[in-house]
Design a protein around this ligand. Structure first.
Ligand SMILES: [Zn+2]
Length: 72
């Protein structure tokens, strides 16, 4: 698949040429269910690392960070 991924936060093109395992961005697919206000709607979006950091700064409770000793 050669579809270009764009960061939904800032519009920047996300690096593809590094290979899927090296591409450092967040991809989210969410299928909203019956009890949500978006019943039956699937949303997909990407965030680059900069936008990801900005998002996390808005969290009231910080994300849990764990240092990985071994990179897979
Ligand atoms: Zn971005």
């Amino acid at each position: 698949m050669t579809t270009k991924r764009i960061c939904n936060g800032c519009g920047k093109e996300l690096c593809q040429d590094l290979g899927a395992s090296m591409a450092e961005y967040l991809h989210v697919t969410k299928e909203w269910g019956y009890f949500s206000r978006k019943d039956g709607i699937r949303q997909e979006w990407n965030l680059c690392e900069d936008c990801y950091d900005r998002l996390l700064k808005n969290f009231r409770i910080p994300a849990v960070s764990t240092e990985m000793t071994e990179l897979v």
